[in-house]
Design a protein around this ligand. Structure first.
Ligand code: AMP
Length: 192
């Protein structure tokens, strides 16, 4: 099963992706996680991406397309994967189409979590609070300033990605404002 999970920052993509991982036994490929790991490890990609990420902007298409191209070649992704946070621009979606065609692979579904934008900042603040309470480190971009930039980037660059997949008849939209378990059930139902 090859899936894409779409939705604005704070929509619950990470939480739902983990549940899909458990249900289908396929890995979650999060470009955000991979980029944060690169920043932490101080790789050339990480050094390039850090300032943009901290400010809430988007890393260049070339970098993330390269990361995903390599990652889906790995053994654990052979039976499928859940893309979380990628593609984030129409150019990335087109690059993904070319990449999959070249590898002889097909997407099974594009799942979108629809949420009320007004609730998102509160969710991000809550995520930061819960992380601190659990003794973890808060993401550098989980603050109101960077969040606004992330939401603007989503509206301008990622919302058109939903339309791109809708045009292909691949988009399945789920109410992301429902309780977490209900969202999980709706996603499972959408996948048939
Ligand atoms: P996320 O964990 O998905 O919220 O991603 C955190 C940050 O990583 C984003 O705000 C971007 O700076 C960067 N990032 C993650 N995925 C992508 C992508 N597909 N394209 C561009 N930038 C990305």
């Amino acid at each position: 099963m090859r899936l894409i999970l779409l939705g604005p920052p704070g929509a619950g993509k990470g939480t739902q992706a983990q549940r899909l991982v458990a249900r289908y036994g396929i890995p979650q490929l999060s470009t955000g996680d991979m980029l944060r790991a690169a920043v932490k490890a101080g790789t050339p990609v990480g050094l390039k991406a850090k300032a943009v990420m901290d400010a809430g902007g988007l890393v260049s298409d070339d970098i993330v397309v390269g990361i995903i191209n390599d990652r889906i070649e790995e053994a654990d992704a052979k039976k499928g994967f859940i893309l979380d946070g990628f593609p984030r621009t129409v150019a990335q979606a087109e690059a993904l189409d070319r990449m999959l065609a070249q590898k002889g692979l097909k997407l099974d579904a594009v799942l979108e979590l629809k949420v009320d934008e007004k609730a998102l900042l509160a969710r991000i603040e809550n995520r930061a609070r819960e992380t601190v309470a659990a003794g973890g480190a808060v993401r550098a971009d989980d603050n109101p300033e960077a969040f606004k930039v992330r939401l603007d980037a989503y509206r301008a660059q990622t919302a058109p990605v939903s339309a791109y997949y809708e045009g292909k008849g691949a988009l399945k939209t789920v109410d992301g404002m429902a309780p977490i378990d209900d969202v999980t059930a709706a996603l499972a139902k959408a996948l048939g």
